[in-house]
Design a protein around this ligand. Structure first.
Ligand SMILES: Nc1ncnc2c1ncn2[C@@H]1O[C@H](COP(=O)(O)OP(=O)(O)OP(=O)(O)O)[C@@H](O)[C@H]1O
Length: 704
């Protein structure tokens, strides 16, 4: 396996002075091609890098610096290019292109009080993707790679993510930042973002479309030093996988990461910043500080603990910073005296990065690798089932293909036990053929929404109508940029035709590889697929935050244990299947409901009858009880009468007895009184007699 050791390539780009710069004094001086000096009386720093670009350096010059390394991705090397620098220093300008802000014009507010006049990007500017002179590293690299890999039997996958407030979002699938994605690590894929959409791209235009669409969902804000400041780190990735094994029986895989970092920024003491901005600023500075620590640790050779896991950014760039990736850092600085400290800090960071050495090795996978075969088999099965589904009940001549696919399926079952390189290659080709076949299977494209005329935002709808008419009537254009004139200029403005070989490939029948008409497809359907970029149904808006990825781009998602293929078409078929399943379920549910209803009716009738019988029984019972009650009441009345009679007689008896008792009492009282009086009288008489006796006795005694 081819390996080599290299240090991180570092270039510094000094941007020109801009009206927004705090001071118009220049303190950055560039010497020869690799030296830079800062000197303003308070600060002094002199350092050298692999390359120093001046304010006059063109986008082409920057690209010339990175292109030799980029080319190596085709051979199976990983490569990462990232732009680092303070806010407003020119990172996005370098990575994406000049006037890039017109791609995503809606910057959010920065100031609570609007103390600085706001500037909307001019709509009269040419879009950077339309002009090679304006294009930054990313579009130029894409164009070069597709150009250089022509005929090389490669499959390209493209993804685009942003790290905003320490959360990863898919720029191509998640315009509202609704679902944060997670970083995973596996033996097969290394570090990857689980569930990130990877689109199969076939041309520069496919990539430009994704680039532009994704970027429109990037978080952007007006800051003090940049009217259009990127508030998230973005990584645009191109993955190249070879379809054909080399002589040694290995397949190559090259990964290219373009990373545009959000710029570091100081807290603005003079103006009140909105809360969201303060949060962004804190998160950006934190992740950049972690990046600094990682660079410092790697640069100092102390690899015992590298804090990759302290931020999402460093974790994602782990491969690129430490191992197996050729890395290029473009440090961007402002020449103004107002940013001396930030510039020095950026240069120190770049200097440390330059000290990092990386062991670079080619990514090669044995073609007979079990994982690969399994994945290919799964993909082919999946694609075939989609094709079968798509064609079910449709065109008769495709029955043969279904039969062929079945046969193929049988062969596949035997293959895993006894795989050869040729068979794997054939599988890969079959895989690609099926993907193309799916892409060209007659679905209208809505790429048009992306390729709208760049300079006429306000009149977009009107232009689309005009363009539609032009396509239909094909009159000569006064602007000189009609589709008819060259048949090679997209509405978006790319001067992209005559048809490239990859596009010509698309013009061939996917089954027999012959130009249409053939027994499989009519010229019309092929013409339709070839005119992907010339469709007239425009629905998108440049200001729209909604993503509409064209149906004809296949997409896959890496999950922890598998890769899920999920193209626009397959998604549609899946949706259709889901709808059919739903309908079936609803019908079943309705049938069950009807059964339930009739059962309920019968139950209800029975219940009703039972209730009526019960009611009759109850009525009889009530009547019986009423008669019994009446009888009981009568008896009760009689009894009451008897009782009252008895009571009255008893009362009379008692009164009689009481009277007798009273009489007896009175008699007894009279007797008792009489007896007392008798006794009293007798006692008195006794005492009288006694007294007389005593008196007589006393008289007798006195006489003596
Ligand atoms: N080399 C250059 N030549 C001319 N203009 C430049 C250059 N570099 C940057 N600019 C201009 O400076 C402004 C800020 O640039 P850019 O948005 O690229 O900065 P940035 O580093 O990406 O900032 P942020 O981190 O805030 O997103 C833009 O208006 C851009 O056009």
């Amino acid at each position: 396996m081819e390996t080599s050791t290299d240090h991180i390539k570092v270039a510094v780009r000094v941007r020109p002075l801009l009206p927004i710069d705090k001071s118009q004094d220049i303190i950055v001086y560039t010497g020869n091609n690799s030296e830079i000096r800062i000197s303003d009386g308070d600060h002094y720093l002199s350092s050298s890098y692999d390359k120093v670009f001046t304010a006059e350096s063109s986008q082409d010059e920057i690209f010339d610096f990175v292109s030799p390394i980029l080319e190596r991705t085709i051979k199976g090397f990983n490569c990462t290019i990232f732009a680092y620098g303070q806010t407003g220093s020119g990172k996005t300008f370098t990575m994406f292109g000049a006037d890039w802000e017109i791609n995503n014009p809606a910057a959010q507010d920065y100031f609570e009080r609007n103390s600085i006049s706001r500037r909307r990007p001019s709509t009269g500017l040419e879009h950077p993707l339309d002009s090679p002179a304006k294009q930054g590293i990313i579009p130029k690299s894409i164009a070069m790679l597709f150009n250089k890999s022509e005929g090389k039997q490669l499959t390209y996958y493209s993804s685009f993510l942003q790290i905003y407030n320490e959360k990863i979002y898919d720029l191509l699938q998640d315009p509202n930042r609704s679902k944060a994605l997670n970083i995973r690590e596996s033996k097969i894929y290394g570090i990857f973002v689980e569930g990130l959409a990877e689109f199969v791209v076939e041309s520069t235009e496919d990539c430009f479309m994704l680039l532009s669409k994704g970027d429109r969902n990037r978080a952007v804000r007006q800051t003090r030093f940049n009217h259009h400041s990127s508030r998230s780190h973005t990584i645009f990735q191109l993955l190249l996988e070879s379809d054909k094994a080399n002589k040694r029986g290995v397949l190559k895989r090259g990964k290219l990461n373009f990373c545009d970092l959000a710029g570091s920024e100081k807290y603005d003491k003079e103006n009140a910043m909105v809360q969201d901005h303060i949060k962004e600023l804190t998160q950006i500075n934190k992740s950049l500080s972690t990046l600094g620590k990682v660079i410092y640790a790697l640069g100092s050779g102390n690899t015992s603990h590298i804090p990759y896991r302290d931020s999402k950014l460093t974790r994602l760039l782990q491969d690129s910073l430490g191992v197996s990736t050729q890395t290029i850092l473009i440090a961007t600085v402002s020449p103004s005296a107002g940013y001396a400290e930030e510039t020095i800090s950026t240069l120190k960071f770049a200097d440390r990065a330059r000290k990092i050495t990386i062991k670079i090795k080619k990514n090669e996978i044995s073609a007979t690798n079990d994982e690969l075969i399994l994945r290919l088999q799964r993909e082919i099965q999946h694609l075939k089932s989609i094709l079968n589904l798509k064609r079910k009940g449709g065109i008769q001549e495709l029955q043969q293909e279904i039969w062929e696919l079945k046969e193929e399926n049988e062969k596949l079952k035997k293959l895993s036990a006894n795989a050869t390189i040729e068979e794997v290659e054939r599988l890969k080709q079959e895989n690609k053929r099926l993907k193309l076949s799916l892409q060209n299977n007659g679905f209208p494209s809505d790429l048009e929404g992306f390729y709208v005329e760049k300079n006429n935002f306000e009149n977009q709808e009107k232009n689309n109508l005009e363009n539609q008419e032009k396509t239909e009537n094909r009159p000569p254009s006064s602007s000189g940029r009609s589709r008819k004139e060259s048949n090679n200029i997209s509405e978006y403005g790319f001067t992209n035709r005559s048809f490239s070989p990859s596009e010509n490939r698309r013009r061939l029948c996917p089954r027999c590889n012959q130009p249409p008409p053939c027994i499989h497809v009519s010229s019309l359907s092929i013409e339709h697929s070839a005119s992907t970029y010339r469709s007239t149904n425009s629905t998108d808006s440049r200001y729209s935050k909604n993503i509409k990825i064209p149906k004809n781009l296949q997409v896959r998602y890496r999950m922890t244990n598998c890769v899920i293929e999920n193209g626009g078409i397959s998604q549609e078929i899946k949706d259709q299947e889901a709808r059919q399943k739903e309908m079936k379920k609803i019908k079943e549910r309705l049938g069950k409901l009807a059964e339930l209803e009739s059962y309920r009716k019968a139950q209800f009738k029975m219940e009703l009858e039972r209730l009526e019988a019960e009611k009759r029984r109850n009525d009889e019972e009530i009547r019986r009880k009423q008669t019994e009650d009446a009888k009981r009441r009568k008896i009760l009345k009689e009894l009451k009468e008897k009782v009252s009679n008895y009571k009255e007689s008893k009362k009379a008896e008692k009164e009689e007895e009481d009277k007798k008792l009273e009489d007896l009492k009175r008699m007894a009282e009279r007797k008792r009184k009489k007896r007392n009086e008798d006794q009293k009288r007798k006692l008195q008489e006794f005492y009288e007699r006694k007294k007389e006796a005593m008196l007589e006795e006393l008289a007798d005694y006195e006489k003596m």
